[in-house]
Design a protein around this ligand. Structure first.
Ligand code: SF4
Ligand code: SF4
Length: 427
């Protein structure tokens, strides 16, 4: 583990704005101490994830920095459609760059219209203000053509950093899957240029197994959350999932499996942080990048527990595995395309499979209600909410739509609405 002096030297070497970053370091621990730390009945094996989060700008970025010093490359990504397997197979490391902190939003607003979603503003602010070591250490950023806000933001970002954009089809016909396979080939070509390595069947086969194992560990975590009483809070489970976007995939799977061993013991002993078995809620909607724990915190301090996230920081990230039985590189790329195109983002039309997933989760997780979470100014998810509400109503499922940003300004107003919703679930 690097010393604080070594980490600070690294921040300087990668061109961070140390003064501005010190302001971030003064505010970030407060969020963790206010939201995560005071929870009761936390599993002992959250310890590893606590450490990763509390040293988020030190420990992991330093590993990425060392990887680069040994000649490796780092790729920053913003979307769960980017196949990490290809980058890993080329000895690249991929890391999530989505901003989840209000601190970075004003920085993003210097370049973007104020009516852009906070995730995009925060992501842009963290790079353009030079206050994220993940953004500074990345050799190439991989953007994707999904929502309009991101597509236009990439054009601005491309003036500052080397970017590769993947086109993501917005329908799921066979020709769209074939087209996405071509996009994966383009990504592979670009990543080969950047890394100087050549993609092979053997390395890709290994990286498919590695990333699948990370997904398997997260699937195991979520299976544990189907039990009653639930053995882990929604806030802690979300934090583990958020860490998966940054951590080394092999170590992450190992540590998540150790946590799952403990959760399974807790299930046997009917133990958990909510012994009174409060109403169980599924959260669906837009992603919650680290350290966005706002909605989970409001729900879990208002008398309910989150048992599943139908989200890109939830089941969409890990539910489907890549077929490990491909016989050659062509088949492997096709298997990747098929797996990634199973993800149900609202940028697709139609997107009925997302509704079907939520209805299935309600049964699997014994949920009492669904809260639909949309980041402000996200036209895709807020529009899709109409059909979701209709489908939930048809099944007689309590449903609450919430639109919010990263600030705390609306928290008390939201709390009132959430408490009223939870009261309905208790009837
Ligand atoms: S919500 Fe859509 S655009 Fe955003 S990360 Fe998920 S898949 Fe990508
Ligand atoms: S939350 Fe919506 S607007 Fe924001 S990046 Fe995701 S899809 Fe785009």
């Amino acid at each position: 583990m690097a010393s604080y002096q070594e980490i600070r030297q690294m921040w300087s070497d990668i061109g961070m704005n140390l003064e501005k970053h010190d302001e971030f370091l003064n505010s970030f621990p407060g969020v963790y101490k206010r939201i995560i730390q005071p929870q009761e009945g936390r599993p002992d094996n959250m310890d590893y994830f606590n450490k990763v989060v509390t040293s988020v700008h030190g420990r992991r970025p330093y590993e990425l920095f060392q990887h680069k010093q040994k000649g490796g490359k780092v790729f920053g990504t913003y979307c769960v459609y980017v196949p990490d397997e290809v980058l890993l197979a080329l000895n690249g490391v991929s890391t999530g760059l989505c901003g989840g902190d209000q601190f970075w939003v004003p920085g993003g607003e210097k370049y973007l219209p104020a009516n852009t979603c906070p995730l995009i503003k925060s992501s842009m602010g963290s790079r353009l203000d030079r206050t994220s070591p993940f953004c500074q250490v990345a050799d190439m950023f991989i953007g994707e053509a999904t929502c309009d806000g991101k597509k236009k933001a990439w054009e601005i970002l491309a003036q500052d950093v080397p970017m590769h954009i993947m086109e993501v089809p917005q329908m799921k016909r066979e020709q769209d899957i074939q087209r996405f396979a071509e996009e994966i080939w383009h990504l592979a070509e670009k990543a080969q240029e950047v890394t100087g390595n050549k993609l092979s069947y053997e390395t890709l086969a290994q990286s498919i197994i590695t990333i699948n194992n990370k997904r398997r560990a997260l699937q195991r975590l979520n299976s544990a959350r189907q039990s009653s009483p639930v053995p882990i809070s929604g806030k802690d489970a979300l934090m583990v999932i958020q860490v998966a976007f940054y951590d080394d995939p092999v170590r992450f799977a190992q540590m998540a499996n150790i946590l799952c061993d403990e959760l399974e013991e807790r299930i046997g002993q009917k133990q958990g942080p909510f012994p009174n078995q409060p109403p169980r809620i599924i959260v669906t909607g837009t992603p919650m990048a680290l350290p966005n724990w706002k909605l989970h915190h409001l729900i879990e301090t208002s008398g309910a527990v989150v048992v599943c996230e139908e989200s890109c920081t939830g089941t969409r990230y890990f539910e489907n595995l890549v077929d490990e039985n491909s016989q050659d590189l062509e088949e492997q790329i096709m298997a990747l395309a098929r797996r990634y195109m199973e993800t149900n983002c609202a940028c697709f039309t139609p997107n009925q499979a997302r509704t079907d997933d939520i209805l299935r989760y309600v049964k699997e997780y014994q949920a009492d209600g669904v809260i639909d979470y949309t980041l402000q100014f996200c036209g895709l998810y807020s529009t899709e909410s109409y059909l979701l509400r209709k489908a939930m109503k048809k099944e007689g499922l309590p449903f609450l739509h919430i639109e919010t940003d990263y600030s705390e300004q609306d928290s008390e107003q939201l709390r009132t609405r959430i408490e009223a919703f939870i009261e309905i679930l208790k009837d």
